[in-house]
Ligand binder design. Structure first.
Ligand SMILES: Cc1cc2nc3c(=O)[nH]c(=O)nc-3n(C[C@H](O)[C@H](O)[C@H](O)COP(=O)(O)OP(=O)(O)OC[C@H]3O[C@@H](n4cnc5c(N)ncnc54)[C@H](O)[C@@H]3O)c2cc1C
Length: 378
């Protein structure tokens, strides 16, 4: 038996969950996930940060368009707040001062951050070794995101709106027949006129199954680890602290410190695992900055951040293949932009304009389009 719906969404990570929840307001939706749990890949491996300074102009627009949802979610969406305010401090050594000023050259960064002296920065995050910091900029409007709460909220919304999640349903084949996609999975056959490709690191492979040209997505592995807060210190109110050249960052995380070397290693789509060298590099940079030794790494993981060549998400109907909609390449920003990604997907998949508030923030369909110039078509 073939299960029919109006939309099939492939991939139950944050992008697919948000898109499915939004589309379910407009028609019947089935969300197909290869794994036996949603969020197993990149979504479950993030640093959970919301920062409006992160990424290019389109990313910043999508992030700002997500702010209201994250800070004041619709009634009943989540049992607890989705965000906890936490400033982000972009710090610089003396040899990085020029980079700090370049960062603040952009008018929106200058407007949303304040410069701090070394003493002010040190007072906020007293873990730095004396003399390490030269200056910093602080973004006060950033926050930690409850990634699980957000993801589960979208999945609950999807079900409440009549949609369904099908786990262990890795898409194996796709065929277009009489204006509908027929999609084959180990959990059965599904059919819908529109398929949304939200398969994360595998999105270009899904395109090949549909007979569409890949857009040249590059999965890049990033490592994260949890270490103990140095003895005698209370880190809970420290800002997320990001090296201005993004060589490493750390932030408090449930009584520990989340530390990342901010690495970006090309990787095939896979269940990414941390490599010892990257863990050692993170520890080394933290030890140099703090002048303290890290005795034990309590937990380590890695995930794939997936980028198009211009580091802008790919959202829109494929220019050549009917009914094949792309929602791919959210890079290192797919959590903080998720509410807007879902709304934009629903609007464009229904042939509507971009939501007016998103367009007003400088986001354009041309910048998101899978047919835009500059994507590496292989
Ligand atoms: C270390 C690290 C730190 C990060 N920090 C942040 C941060 O602070 N803030 C932020 O906003 N973002 C951050 N990110 C990025 C963020 O996690 C991603 O942008 C986001 O999770 C991507 O979601 P996704 O749904 O596109 O991908 P995924 O979560 O990978 O979901 C894709 C899904 O598709 C499924 N799938 C694949 N192939 C098939 C198939 N054939 N059939 C069915 N299903 C299939 C997969 O199983 C997977 O569940 C970070 C990422 C990492 C790794």
């Amino acid at each position: 038996m073939t299960v029919e719906s109006d939309f099939l969404v492939i991939g139950a990570g944050m992008a697919g969950a948000s898109a499915a929840a939004h589309l379910a307001l407009e028609g019947t939706v089935i969300l197909l996930e290869a794994e036996d749990q949603p969020g197993y890949h990149t979504t479950g491996r993030s640093a959970a940060l919301f920062s409006e300074m992160y990424g290019n102009d389109t990313i910043r627009g999508l992030t700002r368009a997500s702010r209201a949802f994250l800070f004041e979610p619709p009634a009943g969406f989540a049992e607890a707040p989705l965000v906890s305010p936490r400033p982000t401090m972009y710090f610089a050594r003396a040899d990085q001062i020029a980079a700090l000023h370049r960062f603040r050259d952009s008018p929106d960064v200058a407007a949303a951050t304040e410069l701090l002296t070394a003493e002010q920065a040190q007072a906020l995050a007293p873990v730095f070794a004396p003399g390490y910091l030269a200056a910093a900029a602080i973004e006060r409007g950033s926050a930690d995101i409850d990634v699980h709460g957000l993801h589960q909220g979208f999945l609950r919304q999807l079900r409440a709106r009549g949609g369904a999640v099908q786990l262990k349903a890795g898409v194996q084949a796709m065929a277009r027949r009489d204006g509908r996609w027929v999609v084959t999975t180990p959990a059965g056959e599904f059919s819908a006129p529109v398929v949304v490709n939200a398969a994360g690191a595998w999105a270009d492979q899904i395109a090949l199954l549909a007979g569409a040209r890949p857009v040249g997505l590059k999965p890049k592995r990033r490592t994260a680890l949890l270490i103990e807060v140095p003895e005698g210190m209370d880190a809970h109110a420290w800002p997320a602290s990001v090296d201005i050249d993004e060589q490493f960052y750390f932030k408090p995380d449930a009584g520990l410190l989340l530390l990342s070397p901010a690495d970006e290693h090309d990787s095939p789509p896979c269940d990414a695992q941390p490599e010892e060298l990257d863990v050692a590099e993170a520890v080394d940079r933290f030890e140099q900055a703090s002048g303290r030794s890290v005795r034990r790494v309590k937990h380590r993981w890695a995930g794939l951040r997936v980028f198009a060549a211009d580091r802008t998400p790919v959202i829109g109907f494929d220019p050549k293949v009917d009914g094949f909609f792309w929602l791919a390449g959210p890079g290192g920003y797919g959590i903080q932009t998720a509410p807007a990604l879902g709304r934009v997907t629903a609007a464009l998949a229904l042939g509507r304009e971009l939501p007016a508030d998103v367009a007003a923030l400088g986001v354009t369909t041309a910048a998101l389009s899978p047919g835009r110039p500059g994507l590496t078509l292989e």
